[in-house]
Structures are given as C-alpha cells and as structure tokens.
Ligand binder design. Structure first.
Ligand SMILES: Nc1ncnc2c1ncn2[C@@H]1O[C@H](COP(=O)(O)OP(=O)(O)OP(=O)(O)O)[C@@H](O)[C@H]1O
Ligand SMILES: [Zn+2]
Ligand SMILES: [Zn+2]
Length: 809
C-alpha cells in the first residue's frame, strides 16, 4: 500500500504488445508540476523495466491506491505537444481506422518529435540579470534534461516557461535547430523618439531617419536589424549608436527557414465572376455563422477555384480565425503554394514531406505558437496543431494521395470533416472531377454543391479534345507511341512558338495484356475486371475472385498475334521524340528526373520561362499547372489505368484525362488535346473527350450499382502477410472463416486471393475484401481478428485492416 498524489494514464509504444488501454504510472513528487496531459514521457515497461516512449492521456488525483505502480522516468516536453482537439481526434481516428491510439498520435506529430532529439532551453525575452545568473549561469541556450537538473532549477524554468519567458527547442541534426539574427525594438515611446529626432535632425540626419522609423514601429514588435536598416536606409554603425543611446533594444530573433526560397510577388484579390461570387458568399456565410456546413466546389479546370479558396480564407482571417488548406502532394504543386503565399505572405506555413526535419519543425512550431494562421500542406497537414479554425479547404479532393496506405489508414477528407465539426467551421472540397463518393454525398444533400461551369479568364475557352484511335494508327504506320495527328499538331505549335505538354501514363506498367489490333483486354469472366499477368506462374489471375487462366498468345477477340504486355518508359519516349523533332527542346519530368530536392520546382520554372517547348512527363504533370502558353496537350497512352484490376479504373482514367486536358488553353490562346487510345469507345474516354463530368458521374454510378461497389457498398480490405506463403494463406482462410461466422449473410466476402503484387519485400500477401451495407457486428469481429493476430505463436504475421480502401488490388 503506497500513498501518492497523482497517477498518470500513459499510452505506451510497444509494437509487439499493442493495446488501446493506457497503463497507470505513479508520478514522482519531483515531476508533479511538470507532467501535463498531451506530453510525451519515458516509462519503464514490463518485467525487464525496459524504457519505452509514451504519451500522457490522463491524470488523476488519488489519496491512496493498492499495489505497486512504476514511476514515470522522464518527461520529454515542457509543454504538451498534443492539444485537446488532437487528443480527441486521435481517439476517433483509432476507432475509425482500426489502428492503435498510439499509432494515430504518432501520425500527428512532426517527424522530429518521433525521435528523441536533444533539447535546449533558452530565453524568449530579456531576462533580469539575477534570472540569467540563476538559470543560465553559462549563458543561453543551455541543455535541458529534467533528469539531470536539480528540482529547483527545473521548477524555476517551468515557471518562466509558463510565463512565456523561456522556451524549449529541439536540437536538429540536419540543420542547427533555430537560426537566429539580431532583432531590434524601440526602447522609448514614439513621442520621446520624435523629440530626440527634432533635436538631432540638423547634425545627424541618418540618426533622425532611424528615429523616425522607430517612432512608427509598434511598441511590442521586434524586427530583424537587417530589415530595419533596409527600411530606414541607415548603416550598422547608426544602429549601434542608437543602441548605445538607449533608443532601441537589441535581442535575439529567430529566423525561420523558408522552405520555398523563391520570392513571391504579393497579389490582390481578383474581381470575382458571378459564379465565383455565389460560391464565396455561400462559403463565407458559413464562416461568419460558425456553421459546420460543408461544400463541394465543382469547377471545370481553370474555372478559378483557387481564387474562391483564397477569398474565403481571407474572410476567416479577418475574423481572427485560422485556415487549413490541403493540397494533394505539395511537392508537386509549387504553383499553388506560391499563390497562397502571394496572398497571405508571412502568415502562411507550409507542411510537407519534402521538407527537411528542421524545416518541418520550424513550420510546425510557427503553427503551434499561433504565428502562422494559414497552413498549407499535403495529407498529414490535416493534423496541424492550428487552433480556432475558421475554414478547411481540400483542393483536388478526388486525389488518391489523400489516403494513407500504412497505419493509420486514414483518409484526410474524413479527418478534415471531423475537424470542421469540432471547430464549427465549413469544409470546402474542391475538384473539376470530384470523387464519386463526394459527388454522391452532394446529391444526397450532405454537401452544398457550388458549380463553376466555365473558365475564369474571359477569353479562355475549354479546349477541343480529339480521340485518336491507335488501332488504326498501328495499321497505318506501325508506331504505337506517336500518331500522325498528334505529330502534326506538335509541329504546328513548335512553328508558332507555343508550348506542349505530353503525358505518358505509367500506371499499371506491364501488368496487363492488351491486343494492339483491337484494344481487347483480357477480363475475368466472374468480375468483369481485367486479369493481371503473373510471370512467376505464367498465368492471368483475377485478384477479386481468384479465377486463373493461361496467358493468351492470340487475341480471343480478333485472333491477332499482337496481343502483349502493355507499357513503355518515359526515357524511351523522349529519345524517340528527339529523333523525330531534332530542334525541339524537351524537358522530361518523372520519378527519375525529380528525385533531387527542388528538381520538380526547377523543371516547372524552366518550362514557365519557356526554356523548353515540350514538357514530357508522367501523371505528375496532369494537375495544377497553369501555364498560359500551353496550347496543346497530348496523352500518349490513355489506356493503362483502364487495364488495372480496379473498380475505380474508369473513374481514375476519366479524372486523369480531364485534369491533363485542363492544362491546355488556360489563357487567351485556344487549347487542343489529343488522346491516343486503343479503347476509343470506352465511356471514360468518350466522356473525357466531351469533358462531361456530370454524365460520367451518372454512368459510373450505374456501373458501381451493378457491380455492388462503393459508394453503394461500404468496403473493408484485410491483408495478411508472412515470409512463408502457407502461413499468410492459412491466416487468411481463418480470417475468412471468422468473418463468415460473425457477419450476416448479406455481407459479400471476396477472397481469399493473393494480392495483385503477391510478393513484396520477401513477404507473401493474401487478401480478402468485405462489401457490406449494414453490419453492426463488423467492428467486434474485426477487433477479434486484430487481437488474434497478435499472439506470439504467429510471429512475423502481419494483418492489416483497411477501411474504405482506394482499390481492391
Ligand atoms: N475572377 C477572375 N478573373 C480573372 N482571372 C481569374 C479569375 N479567377 C481566376 N482567374 C485566373 O484563371 C486562371 C485559372 O484559375 P485557377 O488556376 O484557380 O483554376 P482552377 O479552377 O484551380 O483550375 P484547375 O482545377 O485546372 O487547377 C488563373 O490564372 C487565375 O489567376
Ligand atoms: Zn484483338
Ligand atoms: Zn474474378
């Protein structure tokens, strides 16, 4: 029987013994004033008292308790890293995605906080001499490790920290943590400064200039000395004099690393057209009224959705609230980042995986401190610790990169909607080609639909789209990469000094078989989904139902022998293009050419400056680009996505073709698009040609209904993997057995089957897909499966649960 004042509930991070229940730990007296909910700690765990990471999720005061509790070893933070909103979000996310709470929490924190970097504490204002002597005897900053400092010092530092006078920063390896420069602030009130200015103006005009500058500075503002010198146009010597005379105070000012080094030219709001105005009014009314009304902005490519976002954000900021703007893969959309920065300047923080740890940490901290009020970022930015959100925007909401394909398998859209509800603010989903799910929810009235039917720039028209039948082109000239009409169109643009975007679709490279005479793709007789080529077994397999048949040598449709694996590489295409067009300057953009940091941005800049005529790339060039001189877009192979065994294949193809077509003719010059295809009659291609999203939506919904696919059915995918194929397969058969027993007969269970890529990283993957409408027991059954997979006897077996997977592959 021990007596102690406080107990902490700690979620521990022990991969082999995952649980959602926190463990209780005693809080030693010396840590009592330190520990707060939302802080990271180190605690002993298990019999061996091994030290593991944990997060405090609860504190309770007790007078006594039975048994022996282990004490918390170390507190890693001086301030909570998770606020109450994010803690609640983590709990919801764990339930929603069948992931563990600790996994969800870790997904929310910047990478730097997932490791244990060295910490330092340093003053944020000028401390008194006595305070400096007590807390920083050897100067600031000093290392901070609560276990190594005496209790009194820790307590004193904590008090200063709560008063905002010191802060703890993390030592980053890749770059010194916080970069600093000298800052200045006026030391006298404006009236006094002006008096002195009048006195000195005759003999020291430069000092007078500086005094005038200081007099108009807000009293509590600190600006960089270099910046002040520029603005007041004075030398460093004048600054030193001013400091000596007590006109200004110098201090250490933190400079944040700017991940986007390009200077941006500020922009002013554009005059909105009628449809944009309707959209902005509807959205900002919801912002004003603090409503959780959600919107779908369905605007054709180039319709000015970005301007709608920016003006809506401005209203939220005017009200003293903050904004979160999600973009697909920010590294891929430097143009978008620049547009937001150009409007909101220093208030913008950018979060994405391409930043160094130091840069990520800087941005995260600017948000955490409330300095950045507009956060732009890719998927994980949805967890940014912005408080007081007034609006959340998700651009290109149909993009599959918003879904994380490892634990926790969340969709950023769901998280955004949750945060909108929590903050009583609207969520705006925008796209030219909304996902079927989103459009269907808008049809049900769950989202307010706002339509931008035409291009924003008055002279800009939608491009003319031509579909080129490659079956005929093959017969005519035997080239499957470049058709006659496309080559002619390219030559015309080169003659007129206009620019060209060529897209080579790389999805599903070589994984399916297509007839080059008739476009026939081998499909599963049961599922109407294309069969996948397996070279190991020399067979074609269906990944939904397991059907298997031999690789065909003649086309079952037209008996041609030109049936083969489909796919071609960007480098090969570039060479072929250079041979045919020796005078054209070609930029290639694919995974290889953009591997280095900043390469992507540089290529786009070069193209924007017309240093090249042709931009040849993979899907990464399809979206977001806004280059006025591009008048021709060519899609070299529209079919690859259609050949994938994926119920979203048509949707993906339609989206991709519409998005890439949208790059042509965005300004005064009319645009033209050539889509090369072996399937000119496929509805996804025909409707992309007509750029008719609404008809595509209706057609595709019908197909989904017939196939019992989402959004008519919910879906969960389970995967089991192991180094030995038999272990993975056996586990999956047992899982299917458990599902059949636990679920209703209405649930459709597909599988078990080997995954499309059956063996990755020396492991075998088996999967099963559950399609269902209403299964109240599903959660319990899945929880049981998850527990069962953790028993030590099944060492090495990994079972994953993916709710609403992006594909069934
Ligand atoms: N009201 C307006 N008046 C004039 N120009 C506008 C207006 N609104 C937007 N624009 C311009 O129209 C062009 C297209 O706008 P924007 O890039 O925002 O379209 P979008 O809808 O996001 O397109 P996409 O989906 O293809 O990315 C931009 O160059 C933008 O500056
Ligand atoms: Zn054929
Ligand atoms: Zn099948």
């Amino acid at each position: 029987m021990t007596t102690m004042a406080q107990i902490g509930q700690i979620l521990v991070d022990v991969p082999t013994m995952q649980t959602n229940d926190p463990y209780s730990y005693a809080i030693p007296a010396e840590l009592e004033h330190q520990v707060q909910v939302g802080m990271r700690v180190i605690v002993p765990f298990g019999r061996g008292h091994r030290l593991v990471d944990g997060v405090v999720v609860g504190l309770s005061d007790v007078t006594s308790f039975d048994g022996q509790l282990k004490p918390i070893e170390t507190v890693l933070d001086l301030a909570p890293v998770l606020n109450s909103e994010l803690r609640q979000l983590a709990d919801w996310l764990a339930t929603k995605t069948y992931a563990f709470r600790i996994t969800c929490i870790q997904a929310m924190l910047p990478n730097l906080l997932k490791t244990q970097p060295k910490r330092q504490v340093r003053p944020t204002t000028t401390l008194s001499d006595a305070e400096m002597a007590t807390y920083f005897p050897e100067g600031a900053p000093r290392d901070f490790d609560a276990t190594k400092l005496d209790e009194e010092t820790v307590a004193g530092l904590l008090k200063l920290q709560r008063a905002g006078e010191v802060e703890v920063v993390y030592q980053v390896k890749d770059q010194a943590t916080a970069k600093t420069t000298t800052g200045i602030t006026p030391a006298l009130p404006p009236t006094k400064l002006n008096e002195i200015r009048e006195a000195v103006s005759q003999r020291a005009p430069k000092q007078a200039d500086l005094l005038a500058f200081l007099a108009q500075m807000p009293a509590d503002k600190v600006i960089a000395q270099s910046e002040a010198r520029k603005q007041a146009n004075v030398s460093a010597a004048v600054m030193t004099t001013a400091a000596e005379k007590g006109w200004l105070t110098r201090s250490t000012l933190e400079v944040y690393r700017d991940p986007f080094h390009q200077p941006v030219t500020p922009t002013k709001p554009l005059q909105l057209n009628a449809e944009q105005q309707v959209a902005v009014s509807a959205i900002t009314t919801a912002v004003d009224e603090q409503q959780t009304e959600n919107f779908l902005v369905e605007g054709v490519t180039g319709s000015g959705k970005t301007e709608v976002y920016l003006q809506s954000i401005a209203v939220a900021l005017d009200q003293g609230r903050t904004a979160l703007m999600l973009v697909p893969e920010i590294a891929l959309t430097p143009q978008m980042v620049n547009r937001v920065k150009a409007r909101f300047g220093q208030r913008v923080a950018v979060l994405h995986s391409g930043l160094s740890k130091g840069e990520q940490y800087d941005e995260w901290r600017r948000i955490d401190r409330g300095e950045a009020t507009v956060v732009v970022g890719a998927r994980s930015a949805v967890f940014a610790p912005v408080e007081n959100l007034g609006i959340i925007i998700m651009d290109e909401e149909h993009e599959s990169s918003y879904k994380q394909d490892e634990n926790p398998r969340y969709h950023a859209r769901d998280v955004a909607l949750w945060r909108g509800e929590y903050n009583h603010c609207p969520v705006v989903l925008g796209s030219a080609t909304p996902s079927l799910e989103t459009r269907a929810r808008a049809a049900k009235g769950l989202y307010t639909r706002l339509v931008l039917p035409k291009r924003a720039k008055t002279q800009a028209m939608m491009p003319t789209v031509h579909v080129v039948d490659m079956r005929e082109q093959m017969k005519l000239q035997g080239d499957s990469d470049f058709s006659e009409p496309l080559m002619t169109a390219i030559q015309e643009r080169l003659d007129r000094h206009e620019q060209i975007v060529l897209m080579l679709n790389r999805r599903g490279y070589s994984s399916f078989v297509m007839c080059r005479d008739c476009g026939f793709v081998l499909k599963c007789p049961n599922c109407d989904i294309s069969l996948t080529l397996h070279m190991d077994t020399h067979s074609m397999k269906c990944h939904y139902c397991g059907h298997e048949e031999p690789i065909p040598h003649v086309c079952p449709n037209c008996h041609s022998k030109k049936i083969r694996y489909y796919g071609t590489g960007t480098q090969k295409v570039q060479q072929a293009l250079e041979q045919r067009l020796p005078d054209a300057k070609i930029l290639r953009m694919d995974v290889d050419s953009t591997r280095r940091k900043g390469a992507h941005e540089r290529l786009l800049r070069q193209f924007g400056e017309h240093k090249a005529d042709i931009l040849l790339g993979t899907q990464m060039i399809a979206k977001g680009l806004d280059f006025p001189n591009v008048t021709l877009v060519g899609v070299l192979n529209a079919d690859t996505a259609l050949g994938l065994p994926d119920f979203r294949a048509s949707e993906r193809t339609f989206q991709l073709l519409t998005q890439v077509s949208g790059r042509a003719g965005r300004a005064s010059k009319p645009g033209e698009v050539y889509i090369q295809t072996f399937n000119p009659d496929h509805y996804a291609i025909q409707l992309a040609q007509q750029q008719d999203y609404e008809r595509f939506f209706v057609t595709e919904m019908h197909m989904r209904h017939q196939g019992s696919y989402p959004p008519y059915y919910f879906a969960v995918q389970l995967t089991a993997s192991h180094e030995e194929e038999a272990v993975a397969a056996k586990a999956m058969f047992q899982i299917v057995e458990a599902l059949k027993q636990g679920l209703s007969p209405q649930a459709i269970i597909l599988g078990p089957t080997p995954k499309a890529i059956a063996r990755v990283k020396r492991k075998y993957y088996y999967q099963v897909v559950i399609k269902y409408k209403h299964e109240p027991k599903l959660r319990a059954v899945l929880e049981q499966i998850r527990q069962a997979a953790q028993v030590p006897a099944r060492h090495g077996l990994a079972v994953t649960i993916d709710s609403e997977p992006m594909s069934f592959m």
